[in-house]
Design a protein around this ligand. Sequence first.
Ligand SMILES: [Zn+2]
Length: 132
Amino acid sequence: MLSKSPPVVWRSRIYRYRLIGCKCKNCGRVHYPPASACPYCSSRDLEEVELPRVGKVLSYSIVYAVDSDARERSPVILGLIDLGVTRIIAEITDANPEDIKIGSQLEAVFRRIGEDGETGVIIYGLKFRPVI
Ligand SMILES: [Zn+2]
């Protein structure tokens, strides 16, 4: 179950609703999600960059064993998505598993990702859907 208080959700909104990664000023590589140090060279000299919202499927998994928050939309499709500047793992939505192929084009969209059990706050985040 997600357990995020409204202030935590509010503070993290920029990262949930925009696709923000970090570019390392030392090695030039881009990573997502943002972290305080570059995962490639450990430099802390980073800048935030907005990532492309369209990418291609490099690989994907179909997950049938999901927790109670996601059971209503099982199976869940998780994609490894090439955005050009970096690769990210995200849920693929608005698609049946048979619609997804390696190389399929995807675009980022906002979707409900869960609900806080205590407060009832609905939490939205980024997923990817096929480009039609
Ligand atoms: Zn680096």
